[in-house]
Unconditional design. Structure first.
Length: 433
């Protein structure tokens, strides 16, 4: 027996045994933390996986199959014009209402297609950090200065962090650039407008299916929320058109899928999740049985799901156990400790807010009410901005998946850069305001 190869399994077994042996199951705080872990996982499964992640997996599959590798390399590759690639990557989040986990399949997709490390990291950060809904909600609830500081800081963060990562790993990027120069550009199989239309419709479904309820009962944002499922259904019809006339799926299969989705709506008119799930199942079946690009699309989407979902599940359970659930359930770390850590505008308070934000999970827009509660409990404005800049872009589940895409070392550097820049920004903002 080779003990050098067996010590890791032994340590895992020993660690689990010791944890189980000394598990304080009679402790009420431990019981509540366990309950919070599963409560957060349940909430995540009900509110986030179907509406956010599933469309994101299909969008990532579109990037991996339908978006020309030559096009990705042209705008995001190691040899692309820096100003253009970082400009596109840094503002991309304004059109995506995604969280730190939903952005992962999209990041994996563009990285897999040959995007340079810097622009890919800029996209990874900007996606959840500066979506337009979060900026508007931040400005309305937490104040105009925090809303402006958030969008300015997030755009600068994405560019600076991307440039720093690209500089640190410039040798690898040089090799990547040389390989891309030697790579022949594949011929486009369809006009660019068709791919753009297909992509646009999927992104629109993702955005409007997750459109959050704004404060107040009137105005354009509330009307968009009130009619969100009508708008989503409209883009669903456009998507059906795309399936028939762009991907060449059998029109009778698509019409049957539309009929099943419509039937699900009429049977369950008060639960739009039923027709949404029906549509997802129908789409999965249709593209699985159609040879060629549709099957490749399904295979890529399923590949992203297999890679990401297990890590997300583990991360959400750990985050819930440590920090509590969305409904106020307490984690093993008391909420009072968190509030006490981030009062004032000291280096320690801003650094603590950055650390807490980096490891805590925030779904799209949920960081605003959570932060509002922390501010009411005495959190300073500087730490509030630090948490806003570190929190939505990072989470423990997010880190686990990023590690699987770019490796442990790059992930650690990325996380450290976000935490340090968030801390510095919080200090400056707290000093000014």
């Amino acid at each position: 027996m080779n003990w050098k190869e067996e010590y890791k399994p032994f340590l895992w077994i020993l660690g689990f045994f010791l944890f189980a042996y000394f598990m304080p199951v009679s402790n009420s705080e431990f019981k509540e933390a366990i309950y919070s872990a599963f409560e957060l996982a349940k909430w995540y499964a009900q509110e986030h996986v179907l509406l956010c992640l599933v469309p994101a997996f299909f969008i990532a599959g579109v990037i991996a199959v339908f978006v020309s590798k030559a096009a990705v390399i042209k705008y995001f590759g190691a040899n692309a014009k820096k100003w253009l690639s970082y400009l596109i990557a840094s503002v991309s989040g304004t059109i995506l209402a995604v969280c730190s986990c939903t952005i992962l399949p999209l990041f994996s997709g563009i990285h897999k297609r040959g995007a340079g490390l810097g622009p890919a990291i800029a996209f990874l950060y900007s996606g959840p950090a500066i979506n337009i809904l979060a900026i508007i909600l931040t400005a309305r609830i937490l104040g105009l200065e925090l809303g402006i500081a958030r969008i300015v800081g997030a755009v600068l963060f994405s560019v600076v962090i991307g440039l720093v990562m690209s500089f640190i790993y410039r040798k690898e990027e040089t090799v990547r650039a040389e390989s891309q120069l030697a790579m022949p550009g594949p011929e486009a199989t369809r006009p660019l407008w068709q791919t753009a239309f297909h992509f646009f419709v999927l992104v629109s479904i993702l955005i409007f299916a997750n459109w959050g309820k704004p404060e107040g009962g009137s105005g354009i944002w509330y009307n968009l929320y009130y009619y969100k499922w009508v708008i989503t259904a409209f883009f669903g019809l456009l998507f059906s058109f795309s399936l028939v006339y762009i991907l060449n799926l059998n029109k009778w299969h698509v019409l049957t899928g539309l009929a099943l989705t419509a039937a699900a709506y009429f049977v369950f008119p008060e639960n739009p999740m039923v027709p949404f799930v029906t549509a997802v199942i129908v789409l999965s079946v249709m593209i699985s049985i159609k040879p060629g690009e549709p099957q490749e699309w399904m295979a890529e989407s399923w590949g992203f799901a297999k890679q990401i979902l297990p890590l997300l599940t583990a991360g959400v359970l750990i985050a819930g156990f440590l920090l509590g659930a969305q409904d106020g359930g307490r984690g093993i770390i008391p909420n009072e400790w968190i509030s006490n850590l981030v009062g004032g505008n000291s280096v320690f308070a801003n650094f603590s807010a950055s650390i807490i934000g980096a490891f805590m999970y925030f779904a799209t827009l949920t960081e605003v009410p959570i932060l509002q509660g922390l501010i009411n409990a005495g959190m300073g404005k500087g730490p509030a901005l630090a948490l806003l800049l570190a929190g939505p872009a990072l989470s423990l589940p997010n880190m686990l998946v990023i590690r699987g895409v770019i490796g442990t070392q790059k992930t650690m550097v990325y996380v450290l850069l976000v935490i340090l820049m968030a801390t510095t920004s919080g200090l400056i903002f707290g000093f000014i305001f």
